[in-house]
Design a binder for this molecule. Structure first.
Ligand code: SF4
Length: 318
């Protein structure tokens, strides 16, 4: 009797041990996979063409800074200023990625100057993916009906100040008024077709040309049928930052100056900007967002000490 009981206990212990070993093994494998396999991208950004039609003061594209990384990242080249991606290639790309359901974002250079933008949006939405279009707005009124009809879900319009400041920065007369007319036309078509989409947002690129007029801008755009309004600090790369980067990583990923040929971060009066930020946050709660949302010291570091990592965030690649 005792021998039988001992055998049963040994058998049970063996089975438990084997289950435990299996569980530990599976946990270790899962942990390894989590550490070594990158997740699928949640958004795929497309630079569909190389044209924009603007001459924005703060932008390397608008000021023809051919040798800067931003100009090159936009796939632009001095010799081929009118390139665009083939629709068939973009459709194939959608086919390749659709199983992991990313959002597809046509953000540059000016998607509404891409002749196949509507067929592209149609294909993306038709394959069950979310489509985002960013535009500087000049052609928005013309495309309003089609963008609503094909079911684009997200539309971001770039406006960088109240009318006179925006038009001056962009170098195109009445561009503020054209963007506003486009936003109203999209909203009108949403009502006429009984659609909830696209959700419309405005993005404001903060620079030394417009850091002082956030409140005046909000007063001008507040009545518009847009959801979120985001103020984005520009991604400057100064000569000092590029030099420091290149000393360590130049053999892998050389950097150049960026967004400083005409814009100058050190001309931003941080005290004035801080007041403006607090003013619009207080007057328009829940409607404004900042990228990144910096505190007073973070602003000082961002504009005057580019060697300091703001908010402790940094990229560890490479
Ligand atoms: S900010 Fe956009 S619209 Fe303006 S010049 Fe640069 S790429 Fe063109």
């Amino acid at each position: 009797m005792l021998a039988l009981l001992t055998r049963k206990v040994r058998g049970l212990t063996g089975r438990l041990q084997s289950k435990l070993d299996g569980a530990v093994q599976r946990y270790k494998q899962a942990r390894t996979v989590r550490r070594t396999v990158a997740p699928y991208p949640s958004t795929i950004y497309l630079a569909v063409n190389t044209r924009c039609g603007f001459a924005c003061k703060m932008c390397d594209v608008g000021t023809n800074q051919y040798d800067t990384q931003f100009y090159k990242i936009m796939s632009l080249s001095k010799d081929k200023p009118r390139e665009r991606l083939a629709l068939d290639r973009l459709k194939t790309l959608v086919d390749e990625v659709k199983d992991f359901k990313p959002m597809v974002a046509a953000t540059s250079t000016e998607p509404l100057l891409y002749k196949d933008i509507i067929p592209l949006c149609d294909y993306v939405v038709g394959n069950g993916l979310q489509m985002l279009v960013t535009t500087a707005g000049l052609q928005l009124e013309k495309y309003a009906e089609e963008l609503v009809r094909v079911g684009v879900q997200h539309l971001w319009v770039s406006i960088d100040g109240p009318p006179e400041i925006h038009n001056d920065i962009r170098g195109v007369k009445d561009s503020f008024q054209k963007s506003v007319a486009g936003i109203r036309a999209v909203d009108d078509w949403k009502r006429r077709l009984g659609r909830d989409y696209p959700k419309i947002g405005i993005n404001y690129a903060l620079s030394n040309y417009n850091y002082h007029c956030l409140e005046a801008f909000m007063a001008a755009v507040h009545p518009l049928p847009v959801g979120q309004i985001t103020f984005s600090h520009m991604n400057y790369v100064t000569a000092g930052t590029a030099e420091t980067h290149n000393a360590r990583f130049g053999h892998l990923y050389p950097a150049t100056v960026s967004s400083v040929s005409s814009a100058d971060p050190t001309k931003v009066d941080v005290a004035v900007l801080w007041d403006q930020i607090n003013l619009v946050k207080t007057r328009y709660p829940g409607r404004v967002a900042f990228g990144p949302d910096l505190d007073r010291k973070g602003l000082e570091d961002f504009y005057f000490h580019p060697e300091v990592f703001v908010r402790g965030d940094r990229c560890y690649v490479p």
